[in-house]
Design a protein around this ligand. Structure first.
Ligand code: GDP
Length: 332
């Protein structure tokens, strides 16, 4: 017998109720709506997020980055499992702008996190493939809110350092953790990318077996490097720890730092301010994206934009004149 897969009608109220009661299928469905390109889906997603807003904001949001092979998935799998064992509910999200090119995300992949994948208190969601980094980030932010409404109290957002993705993730979390390899002559891998400037903590991974000594040496190099940077906050100096995600060593101490950061920053109000600033920046980001979409999404406008671009390229039209015409198209 062939089974007809009937699409259940979208019932936003039932979905919201499902999420409130922590139903994973409802959560997954809502995230699909957030990620959808269809206007009606997105409208429902917006309403859902708005309705669930009072239930959001209670999780600790932690971004985790590092080069491929540094041990992100191993560490997240282990750290997440430690946290669920302590009674937390952990959601793992990913921001991978390259997923739009490769057609699949290497981040947030369940097969990379074997323990968490079968953990009923964990939820893993790969990166949305949404065209641009801004698009991916916008969807991840909304997904984060939905996860919080579903009762997840720890959100781990994984990313690799492609382009601006590290900064983008740092801008959506409370704490940004940078994983590093024990140095092999390249101790200061992160400095050139400015990642140290946005790190709230550095963890040198693979501090086990033969790597232990090198990890400690790398850690003191990073401490020295951080020391010469202007502090981002007077309340928090980013610590450097050594861990072994594989051997589950140092992860408890590492998490204690994340909680200490929250406590200290909450006491001074910086924690709340960071979130409020992020909300406002998100609003402007989204508005910018919408305006660009409105411009480029309309076939006739898009054609005129191409012409103007060509004229500017050839030097036939002044940039200011072209911009003036475009502005008049959108009525500003
Ligand atoms: P990712 O690409 O950053 O997600 O890195 P993976 O978690 O996939 O790890 C890459 C490789 O490093 C795998 O072979 C892991 O087993 C290994 N690895 C990860 N963490 C550790 C660790 O703490 N110690 C050691 N010795 N190996 C590790």
């Amino acid at each position: 017998m062939t089974q007809t897969v009937s699409r259940r009608p979208l019932d936003p109220i039932a979905l919201a109720d499902g999420i409130r009661s922590g139903n994973r299928a409802s959560l997954a469905r809502a995230i699909t709506l957030v990620e959808s390109r269809k206007a009606d889906h997105r409208a429902i997603a917006r309403q859902l997020v708005q309705d669930l807003l009072p239930l959001t904001g209670k999780a600790l949001r932690v971004g985790i980055t590092g080069v491929p092979g540094v041990g992100k998935s191993t560490t997240i799998d282990q750290l997440g499992s430690n946290l669920t064992a302590q009674g937390h509910k952990v959601a793992v999200l990913a921001v991978d702008p390259s997923s739009t090119r490769t057609g699949g995300s290497i981040l947030g992949d369940k097969t990379r996190m074997a323990q968490l994948a079968v953990d009923s208190n964990a939820f893993i969601r790969p990166s949305p493939s949404a065209g641009t980094l801004g698009g991916v980030a916008a969807k991840t932010r909304e997904t984060m809110l939905l996860c919080e409404a579903a009762g997840f109290d720890v959100i781990l957002v994984e990313t690799v350092g492609i382009g601006q993705s590290e900064t983008t993730v740092a801008d959506m979390v409370d704490f940004f953790l940078v994983l590093m390899l024990p140095g092999a002559g390249d101790e200061l891998q992160g400095i050139k990318k400015g990642v140290l400037e946005i790190a709230d903590m550095i963890a040198v991974n693979k501090a086990d077996g033969e790597g232990a000594l090198r990890a400690r040496a790398a850690a003191s190099d990073y401490r020295a490097a951080l020391h010469i940077l202007a502090p981002r906050s007077l309340t928090w100096s980013p610590p450097v720890v050594t861990i072994s995600g594989l051997a589950n060593e140092g992860l408890q101490e590492m998490w204690a730092q994340v909680e200490l950061h929250r406590d200290k920053m909450s006491a001074t109000g910086e924690f709340q301010k960071r979130r409020a600033d992020q909300q406002v920046a998100w609003m402007w980001d989204l508005l910018q994206q919408r305006m660009m979409e409105a411009l480029t999404g309309n076939a006739s406008t898009a054609g005129r934009l191409k012409q103007l671009e060509a004229q500017v390229r050839n030097g036939d039209t002044a940039v200011s004149v072209a911009v003036e015409e475009i502005a008049s198209i959108i009525g500003v």
